[in-house]
Ligand binder design. Sequence first.
Ligand code: HEM
Length: 412
Amino acid sequence: MSDDKPTLTTRQGHPIRDNQSTRTVGERGPATLENYQFLEKMAHFDRERIPERVVHARGTVAHGYFESYGMIGDEPATKYTRAKVLGTKGKRTPVLVRFSTVIHSKDSPETLRDPRGFATKFYTDDGNWDLVGNNLPVFFIRDAIKFPDFIHSFKPDPVTNLQTPNRQFDFISQTTESLHMITWLFSPRGIPADYRHQEGAGVNTYKLVNEQGDAVLCKFHWVPKQGIKSLTQPEAEAIQAKAFSHATKDLFDCIERGDFPEWEMRIQIMPDGPHDELDFDPLDDTKIWPEDQFPKRPAGRMVLDKNPENMFLENEQAAFGTGVIVDGIDFSDDKMLVGRTFSYSDTQRYRVGPNYLQLQANAPRVKVVTNQRDGIMSHRIDGGDNPHVNFEPSIQPGAAVEAPKNVVEYGE
Ligand code: HEM
């Protein structure tokens, strides 16, 4: 034991004097069962994994910031939204971004022909906002009830454990709305070169709501300053022959050497309403909004400048969901979006646990005051100032009360 090195301890805080051998009765054994230090070390190892994500299991994260232009195109952002994260020029909001592939497992190659996830968690002054997008601007289906079937057909066959084109095309040949996305997937954009050279798109239609309660429909996009690069099938195969984590390595190495990747947020906007004049439904996520009619208006930039310190805490336990929005950003009637909004937080309560929002990656950077208590691995009381009061309404001092109603409620 050297003076300048910390002493190894058990998780109970007891110093460890021998980490290299199990205690035995005789010189050769048998081992004794009261060897608590061994039991603790092994038992913890046995529990080191949580279930991987049912989709998007393979991915990596980086930290950075979003800087608002205070404008959406050439108009003040406040004309469209009261969300502070977008409204103030130069305002920086910390972000956690997770890039991913969709179909295969946690350690699968990053060279596969597969959409790439692009999920951003904004730790805003009004609580968290998650923009959970992909690199491609449309999706395979427009009704959430089809999602489990769609994913099953793309996942490996339950008998052979092999991804099988016949299963995929069996499903999509009968799901004709998937043709647009399939065309993207089998186009030269189908295999992004890495995570830095890909676009991002929120895909589903949201709303922006301003201080007066007026709403517009909108779609969010990320445009990489680095440009867009993709791999041909032979290029992808050549990389895969030697490396299966090339995109994770690329992102990590770039940030490590100070070459920070950057994206511009652009927003498409159209008035709220049914839009019978259009030959497509703006709530249909299998369609793009034509840019000549609905230009992508710059709204801010995002820079990723910090690598994670621990992949488990910041990547495995990170939980993004479409239900996580802030005042000034709202859901549209897009029914896919509602289906997604149930699914994400539901799976995270199972995958990470009911207190997943207390964890480092997911906790907002603002004070959380809730009467929700207890449950597995609760390690903090996010209550008001009176620890006795875990209910509302209450007239007791220090009890948390509802926020004032918004001056103009959306829809009034
Ligand atoms: C009804 C349709 C959909 C359902 C039910 C659904 C469901 C899910 C689920 C259950 C997860 C795993 C979350 C976790 O374990 O933390 C997930 C991850 C993800 N989904 Fe979806 N999804 C849908 C459509 C989409 C669409 C349209 C996009 C793109 C805009 C998308 C992008 C993502 C991304 C990026 C992740 C990974 C998030 C992360 O990095 O942790 N999904 N989805």
